[in-house]
Design a protein around this ligand. Structure first.
Ligand code: ASP
Length: 327
């Protein structure tokens, strides 16, 4: 759909940062700079209104509360008549936010595009204005409803993208991963974007040789409600460690949602390939297929944050909700 009246939601990030004694720091007042720059732009752009989420942050400080504040601002903006949203965001956690918003905004009828930049606006050869005005123009030309990331000239699926470089302008990529799953036929009201959500105690943990049952027990006894376990290859883990498997089984039995992703950049989970994977499935882990860490965490947050029971979270997690695990 084409957008003619967009909300620009500024959360902070390098794009609007200013130099300080301790390095680049978030700054308010970005709207005036965008308006001044727009007079030098040749493209036809949509009308836009601007809102800052205060205080602007370095996205290294991003939290679930910030995501819920974004959802609320976007809801208010669309109720006020915006037909598209552009979120300006730091790049460090941009992929996490794009994934979380993909699930938190299910059912929203207008497109949401996130962008940021590797260099601040105004710096020599910065990517800030091309990213910002390029994203606006993409919205003006037409973007499907759902959450997307626009960066370095490319429009990417919000729940499939990762930051792969800390320096390059094409820092964000959709890494090809096998995607299979059944698309949810109808969106349950319980996970619609209007559903109130609570913060969730969530973490992800990479398996590494030497991981002990006691490490996992300490983590799972900390009150965590969901854990994304980053497994080896196609979903294997230390299957001959009975104590470790028992820690996982007991956590699952008391309601913790355990999701498995592959720690291979181009991997996906298929438990049945190895006995070492089947063991993980038998103690209660569910497969995230080829989903990224960012997507698995964002999806768990949206489902657990809506207060759904463990079995319903696991059922919906295994389906494709917005193109994160199926074509
Ligand atoms: N640390 C910055 C942030 O994520 C990096 C950036 O925006 O590029 O806010």
């Amino acid at each position: 759909m084409t957008s003619s009246n967009i909300l620009v939601l500024y959360t902070g990030g390098t794009i609007g940062m200013q130099a300080s004694a301790s390095g680049l720091a978030p700054a308010t007042g970005f709207e005036a700079r965008v308006r001044a720059q727009q007079s030098h732009q040749a493209e036809r752009l949509p009308n836009w209104s601007f809102r800052e989420l205060l205080p602007p942050i370095d996205s290294a400080n991003m939290s679930q509360d910030n995501w819920l504040a974004m959802v609320e601002a976007i809801r208010q903006g669309t109720e006020a008549g915006c037909d598209g949203v552009l979120v300006l965001h730091g790049t460090d956690t941009l992929a996490y936010s794009a994934a979380a918003l993909s699930f938190l905004l299910l059912g929203l009828a207008v497109p949401v595009v996130l962008t940021g930049s590797m260099l601040p606006a105004g710096a020599a050869n910065s990517d800030a204005w091309p990213n910002l005005f390029g994203a606006m123009q993409a919205l003006h030309n037409g973007v499907a409803p759902g959450v997307h990331l626009y960066f370095n000239g490319a429009l990417m699926h919000g729940a499939r993208v990762s930051k792969l470089s800390s320096e390059a302008f094409d820092a964000f990529q959709v890494v090809p991963r096998q995607r299979q799953g059944t698309r949810l036929s109808e969106l349950p009201a319980a996970i619609d974007f209007r559903q109130p959500r609570q913060p969730v105690n969530l973490l992800s943990l990479p398996l590494v040789p030497g991981l002990r049952a006691s490490h996992l027990r300490a983590l799972l006894d900390s009150g965590v409600q969901g854990l994304v376990l980053e497994c080896y290859g196609c979903g294997t883990g230390p299957s001959d460690n009975a104590e470790l498997l028992e820690v996982l089984r007991a956590a699952h039995a008391r309601g913790v949602v355990l999701a498995a992703i592959s720690q291979c950049a181009q991997g996906h989970v298929e438990f049945g390939v190895y006995a070492a994977g089947s063991q993980l499935a038998s103690v209660g882990l569910i497969s995230a297929g080829g989903m990224t860490r960012e997507a698995a965490l964002g999806k768990l947050f949206a489902l657990l944050g809506a207060g759904l029971a463990q079995d319903e979270v696991e059922r919906l997690f295994s389906l494709d909700l917005c193109g994160e695990r199926a074509e």
